[in-house]
Design a protein around this ligand. Structure first.
Ligand code: AMP
Ligand code: MG
Length: 340
């Protein structure tokens, strides 16, 4: 398929130059273990506002603030016992904690969407760590995709998208190892941990550390509807048909596991297998990249095999349901979905 490469954004490995661009108020795309992030100085209203403009993201949706260490996060939010335990177990890593914001901690109100809570994460990717240390401050960073589209898991995904025009640099860290956005944990008014979004750390692993089951998320009026909770999100151009045991004529198949059919009607099944061995971590890492590849064939419908609901399968199924949900007409009719 024809792809427009927006040459103004430079794919680079120069961390010092990227940190300097952040200091100047610019946008920098950087790899994390989950997906590529679109970073800005979290203390600058102007820089944060450029994130919302570049993504077409509603200003009511707050951003995750990225920091180099758990000690850095404790300066911005009030930790609690459960949060401390989770931070010790999973940071650096694909876990986001939503905690009470310390007033005067300097994070742009725009990044917080005016809330009294703040979402914080310590990413593990060495380039993300290097950038955060070189910048030496909080970096607001949602996924580096146009709102509603698939999150990027390779630097080229961003370079090929209209976002590239808006960024000073794209740090290339190869393919993201986890491939799904972070798991988001918040706390209800009784202080009980709640799963706000399934993601790169399985619920079972979090519950094992907490020693108690996670509550389902309640959405008090004081909290936003997370973009990750919107019905249509993470969507390719093609329609998705879920829980398909085999593709129909004209469909591409996103298969899973060793028992996936290899032929249909005597012909090889067209498509890709997320994990021929049935490994959910491998399937998560491949999910967005494989959806892009199948979408780029121009097919009308991608049939997706059933994925187990346990472990990382909870987040994979969450993203697939949102990708399959009905969406605004303009998204589906745009060629490539992203080229505006
Ligand atoms: P993204 O960075 O695109 O993966 O999205 C960040 C997610 O974190 C969104 O679903 C936000 O709504 C959610 N989030 C950020 N800050 C808060 C907060 N203070 N309370 C609840 N959810 C939040
Ligand atoms: Mg996102």
């Amino acid at each position: 398929m024809n792809k427009t490469v927006h040459k103004r954004a430079h794919i680079t490995s120069d961390v010092a130059a990227a940190a300097a661009a952040l200091k100047r108020g610019g946008l920098v795309v950087f790899p994390t273990e989950t997906v590529y992030g679109l970073g800005a100085d979290a203390t600058s209203d102007a820089a944060v506002s450029a994130i919302y403009a570049a993504k077409g993201r509603p200003a009511t949706n707050p951003l995750i603030i990225h920091l180099a260490t758990a000690e850095d996060t404790a300066r911005l939010v009030e930790m609690n016992d459960a949060a401390e335990r989770l931070a010790r177990a999973f940071w650096p890593g694909p876990l986001t904690l939503v905690l009470p914001y310390r007033p005067q901690a300097g994070v742009s109100a725009l990044a917080r969407a005016g809330l009294e809570t703040l979402a914080v994460r310590v990413p593990a990717h060495p380039l993300a760590q290097a950038l955060l240390r070189a910048f030496d401050g909080p970096v607001a960073a949602p996924s580096a995709n146009v709102s509603g589209r698939l999150s990027p898991t390779e630097a080229e995904h961003v370079a090929e998208s209209p976002l590239a025009r808006h960024v000073a640099a794209i740090l290339d860290g190869g393919e993201c190892a986890v491939g799904l956005e972070s798991t988001i944990i918040g706390f209800n008014e009784a202080g009980e941990p709640q799963l706000l979004r399934p993601g790169g750390i399985a619920r079972e692993d979090i519950e094992a550390v907490l020693g108690q089951p996670l509550r389902a998320a309640t959405t008090p009026a004081s909290q936003p509807t997370a973009p990750g909770q919107l019905a249509s999100h993470y969507a390719p151009r093609a329609k998705l048909r879920l829980n398909a045991l085999a593709p129909e004529e004209g469909e591409m198949y996103l298969a899973f596991g060793p028992d996936a059919p290899m032929t249909t009607g005597g012909k090889a099944v067209p498509g890709l297998n997320l994990s021929p061995s049935g490994d959910l971590a491998e399937a998560a890492a491949n999910l967005y990249a494989y959806l892009r590849i199948l979408d780029d064939t121009g097919v009308d419908t991608i049939a997706v095999a059933p994925i187990p609901a346990t472990g990382l399968g909870e987040a994979i199924n969450d993203r697939l349901r949102r990708a399959a949900a009905p969406r605004p007409a303009k998204q589906r009719s745009a060629p490539q979905g992203e080229q505006t």
